[in-house]
Design a protein around this ligand. Structure first.
Ligand code: PBG
Length: 332
């Protein structure tokens, strides 16, 4: 028996300088994608009740807010329109209106800022009366191929407005290929696709549905026959592989923290640009704990985001992006 431990891992934790030297992952402001909610009207800034510090902005206010965010170093934004109830229909035609809210928001931001990246959500739930992500048949089943046709029109309208990345979050089969083909044929060869490849039928999306006003009306109550079963992991790899083969430039896993095993497997298996979405419910539960003084806000935000990097994510969609950008700036 030796007089001392054979190895002392604590040596490499002895000073802050040494800890930094051996640190394996790092969070940068460039890793952060800020999801933002867009409203009709002018001069409107509305809080989202279940998401403290998250607001819905009319386009003029959105432009002002993005100017602030750009100063903090953020440059990638994911836009989610809040569709007025009177514009929702069974067939979601507002989704591909060239003068729709998302399309106008993209144009306004692109006119104002040179070096930002805009990601638009391709899915029909903000535009359908029934709150499902696609068109329904007579049994209220989401029809795959008919829905894909509408998603293609929606993605094209986003590209036409100037979106850099379209992000299908609908989980229809074959939609990545259909969208890629249409973008190529219409001359949008540099519009990228971020596929929500492994999107689970999660209960963590509740506050988001409040934010965009699609919560109360989901016909059938859930999205389990198109979004994935939280029990499955191999299936996520099959979904990701399909999307890569269909032309996805980057893939996403969603939700985030409860699904970091999927992020890790995705990165190890495919080595493609891999993103994860720390979703609204994850945000809400953190905020609830901060508000109660049960968790320490700044430290926990940074730890939660660093965990995504450690798992292999190249970037994170997070409602904490603004807060994290401030903290990163403070840390220098
Ligand atoms: C729409 C969409 C959802 C989210 C992003 N895009 C909701 C859903 O699928 O019901 C959730 C994001 C979040 O919870 O933060 N298809």
């Amino acid at each position: 028996m030796s007089q001392f431990p054979l190895s002392r891992p604590r040596r490499l934790r002895y000073t802050s300088s040494i800890r930094k030297l051996v640190s394996e992952s790092r969070l940068s402001v460039d890793d952060l994608i800020y999801p933002m909610f867009v409203l009709e009207g002018e001069g409107q800034v509305e809080p989202v009740e279940s998401m403290p510090d998250v607001y819905r902005y009319s386009i003029d206010k959105l432009v002002q807010e993005v100017a602030e965010l750009v100063k903090l170093g953020l440059h990638v934004f994911a836009l989610f329109p809040v569709t007025p109830a009177e514009k929702k229909t069974e067939c979601a035609s507002e989704a591909f209106n060239p003068f729709g809210l998302a399309q106008r928001a993209v144009k306004a931001l692109k006119a104002e800022f040179d070096d930002i990246t805009l990601i638009t959500d391709v899915a029909l739930d903000p535009f359908t009366i029934h709150g499902q992500d696609g068109l329904l048949d007579e049994n209220a089943y989401v029809m795959n191929d008919e829905t894909t046709d509408v998603l293609v029109k929606q993605a094209l309208s986003h590209a036409e407005a100037g979106a850099d990345i379209v992000a299908p979050s609908d989980m229809m089969d074959g939609r990545i290929w259909a969208i890629r083909e249409a973008l190529e044929l219409q001359g949008f060869k540099n519009t990228a696709i971020m596929a929500y490849s492994a999107k689970y039928a999660s209960s963590y999306y509740g506050p988001f549905r409040d934010a965009v006003g699609s919560a109360g009306n989901i016909k059938g109550g859930n999205k389990k026959n198109y979004q994935m079963d939280p029990a499955n992991s191999d299936e996520a790899l099959r979904e990701i592989e399909l999307d890569i083969n269909e032309g996805a430039d980057m893939v996403m896993v969603k939700p985030g923290m409860p699904y970091l095993d999927i992020v890790l497997r995705c990165k190890e298996e495919f080595g493609v640009p891999t993103f994860a979405y720390q979703v609204s419910g994850e945000y809400a539960m953190h905020q609830a704990a901060f508000a109660n003084g049960w968790l320490k806000k700044d430290d926990v935000i940074m730890e939660s985001l660093l965990a995504f990097k450690r798992a292999g994510a190249d970037g994170i969609l997070t409602y904490f992006a603004k807060e994290a950008a401030k903290l990163l700036k403070q840390q220098g």
